[in-house]
Structure formats: structure tokens, C-alpha cells
Design a binder for this molecule. Structure first.
Ligand SMILES: C[S@@+](CC[C@H](N)C(=O)[O-])C[C@H]1O[C@@H](n2cnc3c(N)ncnc32)[C@H](O)[C@@H]1O
Length: 272
């Protein structure tokens, strides 16, 4: 199905805006006070300054193909424009990490590290590991982390398919995982399964681009059916997964509507 048609279908299906129709008091609170919260945090502007700089960087880097079919020389500004999450979505990650007081955090797919910094910003003592396969991009991300003063981020360079088992050994538990790397069903499901082994009742997993392709949509459908999963929140761009055994098993479709421009960009599958 065409991407914008999937978006229209999502708008049609999504009943829950501003918590409307959510019976679980906990999920209601999570949606209204965390996911949809709009207060500015002072760290946001620091990270957005880094984005601004990257968007002005015309240098060319070599992008390796890790299952997306995209490889070759690319302008940094263009990669950031196309593949980094917008500030609205990146800030949802910040608020979730902040709310859950997540300490052990893993990100699959660093790119230039904008979402990584949002994951690391709530607590300078947290342990954030981010994985990126593309060497030149990883170097830029590391530079941004140093320049912006993020000492709690460790970047693991290499193909996630091979490196993930060793990276997972370094965690006793995972409080938060952001999946934003290989957008193939088999890869996503195997990463998800591996990470689930380190999850606990208060873990939160966020999966990016759940409607990016039919393959990703199938993977999302399987994750929703997984018996380890209690609650899922479909925001179209993100799928949020909660494991808390005290929550009743339920799949919510939340109409996340930061502004009209963002929604049009969502429907067209571009960032900005
Ligand atoms: C969509 S970008 C991540 C964007 C970033 N999370 C943000 O919003 O700022 C995905 C990144 O994952 C990396 N990637 C994809 N598959 C990978 C794999 N199998 N191993 C390592 N890196 C991979 C790509 O090189 C790319 O930089």
C-alpha cells in the first residue's frame, strides 16, 4: 500500500488523542503527560543547535549499505534531513527516558547521533550505547557527542547483525531500546528478540518506522502478538512497546499530531 494511504488509514484508525478513550489510568497518564507533553527542556536547544550545524554541513561522506539499498557518496546535510528523526519525535524519546528514569539505554542506528543525544540528555550518569555501521558517519557522531559534552554515550561501530550479541553482554538489563537501524522484518525481529532477553517489567522499547514498508508492518504485527509484550502504542512513526505484567494486554493507536506540517511530512515519509 502507498505510504500516504497507510497514513490516512492510521488517521482513520487512531482514536486516542489527548488520552481520549484510554481506559488504563497508567497509559492515559503516559500519553497525556509524557508523550504529548510540550514543555521545553533546556537540553533540547543544545541538541537542536547540533542539528542546525549538521544541516548546514555540505561535506560528502561515504554511506555503506546496511540493508536499505542505499550506498555511495552523500551530503551530510541531506542525510540528516532525510534520516534523522524530527525534533518532535526525538523529544518523545527524551520524555520517555526521563519519565521512566531509564539508565541502561541502547540505540540501534546512530546516524549523526541526534536521537542518541536526546536519549542521553535526561541523565548525565546514564549508560547509553549506540550502534552504527557506517564509519564516516560514526566519526561525525562521536565528534558531536564530545563537542556537546555527552560523556555518557558509547558508540559501537560495526554491523549490528554481528556486534549485537557482544554489546548485549555488556548490559545486565535494558531499560530503554530505540530500534532505528536495519528496516527488514527478519533483522528487526531478531534484534527485538535478543533485546527482550534483557528486558524487565519497566523496560520501554521504541521501534521506528513501523509502516515504512510492508515488511516493517508485518514485523510490527508480530511484535504486538508477542506474549512478552503487554501494551503497544502505535504513533504511526513510532511503535512503543511496554512489558509491565501489571498492565492489561492492549494495543492502542494514538493520534500524535504535533502540528500540520509534521503530519504532512509524516504522510509523505520525509523528515523536513
Ligand atoms: C535512520 S538512521 C538513524 C537515525 C538516528 N536514529 C536519528 O534519528 O538521528 C539509521 C542508521 O542505522 C545504520 N544502520 C542500518 N543498518 C545497520 C546495521 N545492520 N548495522 C549497523 N548500522 C546500521 C545506518 O548506517 C544509518 O546511519
Amino acid at each position: 500500500m502507498m505510504y500516504y494511504l497507510k497514513y490516512l488509514r492510521y488517521l482513520f484508525r487512531s482514536k486516542h488523542r489527548r488520552g481520549f478513550g484510554i481506559h488504563s489510568p497508567f497509559v492515559f497518564h503516559l500519553v497525556t503527560d509524557v508523550i504529548e507533553e510540550t514543555l521545553p527542556y533546556y537540553k533540547y536547544s543544545l541538541i537542536e543547535k547540533v542539528r542546525h550545524l549538521l544541516l548546514k554541513t555540505e561535506k560528502i561522506v561515504f554511506v555503506e549499505d546496511f540493508g536499505t539499498g542505499v550506498s555511495g557518496q552523500r551530503r551530510i546535510s541531506k542525510i540528516v534531513r532525510r534520516s534523522a528523526k524530527s525534533k518532535y519525535y526525538a523529544q518523545v524519546l527524551f520524555r520517555l527516558v526521563n519519565y521512566y528514569k531509564a539508565n541502561d539505554i541502547l540505540e540501534l542506528g546512530t546516524s549523526f547521533g541526534l536521537t542518541t543525544m536526546y536519549l542521553a540528555a535526561p541523565n548525565s550518569k546514564s549508560n547509553v550505547v549506540t550502534m552504527e555501521g557506517c564509519h564516516e558517519i560514526a566519526e561525525y557522531a562521536s565528534l558531536s557527542f564530545r563537542r556537546a559534552g555527552f560523556d555518557n554515550i558509547r558508540l559501537c561501530e560495526g554491523n549490528i547483525d554481528g556486534c549485537l550479541p557482544d554489546v548485549l553482554k555488556s548490559f545486565t538489563k535494558l531499560d530503554f531500546v530505540f530500534f532505528d537501524a536495519n528496516h527488514k522484518k527478519s533483522a528487526l525481529l531478531s534484534y527485538f528478540d535478543a533485546c527482550c532477553k534483557k528486558s524487565h517489567g519497566k523496560s520501554v522499547f521504541v521501534i521506528d518506522d513501523i509502516y515504512w514498508s510492508d515488511d516493517m508492518e508485518d514485523a510490527w504485527a508480530e511484535i504486538k502478538k508477542d506474549t512478552r509484550v503487554r501494551v503497544t502504542i502505535d504513533m504511526f512513526t513510532y511503535g512503543i512497546v511496554l512489558f509491565d505484567p501489571e498492565l492489561q494486554k492492549e494495543d492502542y493507536v494514538l493520534r500524535f499530531f504535533p502540528n500540520l506540517k509534521e503530519c504532512i511530512l509524516d504522510a509523505l515519509n520525509v523528515n523536513y
